[in-house]
Design a protein around this ligand. Sequence first.
Ligand code: NAD
Length: 254
Amino acid sequence: MGNQNGFLDKVVLVTGAAAGIGEAAARAFAAQGANVVLADIDQEGEQVAKSLCSQGYQAVFHACDVSNTASVTTLFAFIQDTFGRLDIAFNNAGIDIESTKLADGSEDVFDKIMDVNVKGVWLCMQHEIQTMLKTGGGAIVNTASVAGLGAAPKMSIYAASKHAVVGLTKSAAVEYAKKGIRVNAICPAVIDTNMYRRAVASDAKKALAIGAMHPVGRIGKVEEVVGAVLYLSSDAAGFTTGATLPIDGGSTAI
Ligand code: NAD
């Protein structure tokens, strides 16, 4: 079992861990010896945790809707009772259910996206910071997006939600900088997960066009995101806080 990043027996929370970027991050933390709590609204996370345990890693699933206060409170009571600490949190759960121009958007979609992408991150950060303060610090990584750094046509609500994640990240980073808590955000462009596959819906032309939007000429892989998450969570990033790291094949360099 590798431990090059110092994650051995660290308690790590990953939200949105049942699939995609979250699942890949949970697997990577576990493979480096961390004690991983996988949280997701989708019970499929139980299978991910089971598969990690069957490989001899430390992982446990806890069902949680990050947009629901009671559900988040229960998750953190579980973490406190089980481990008594939290070293690293990857706030990654998020949704993308929009493909209309701003003037055609619905209030229902606005509320859903904001509830999960913004309130969910905010609620989890509140508990994470309170828990980390008790043990002298920790590292938080939030999943924003390139849509948190610039325009996202036909996804303005999503873009607004990810700009909000950047705002929460930077503000908390400064507020807790002297308390040993680092807070950073990753800003991926298009990554090959269910979220992307749902958007493309096996339309090969659309897939090609999306790949071509990135200077490198292709979309990203979950492993290419996870490397950044592990780095920002590790002591190697000890002087990095409040950063918004594009993982975007050059998209934001244009
Ligand atoms: P995904 O759909 O494969 O995984 C998202 C996970 O979040 C799912 O397991 C889902 O069940 C979970 N989830 C959704 N709502 C939840 C809730 N209320 N409470 C708890 N869990 C919930 O998508 P992904 O691509 O892995 O997305 C992960 C994050 O990355 C999201 O925040 C997304 O906005 C962001 N992101 C994705 C891309 C991309 O192209 N895939 C690009 C930039 C940012």
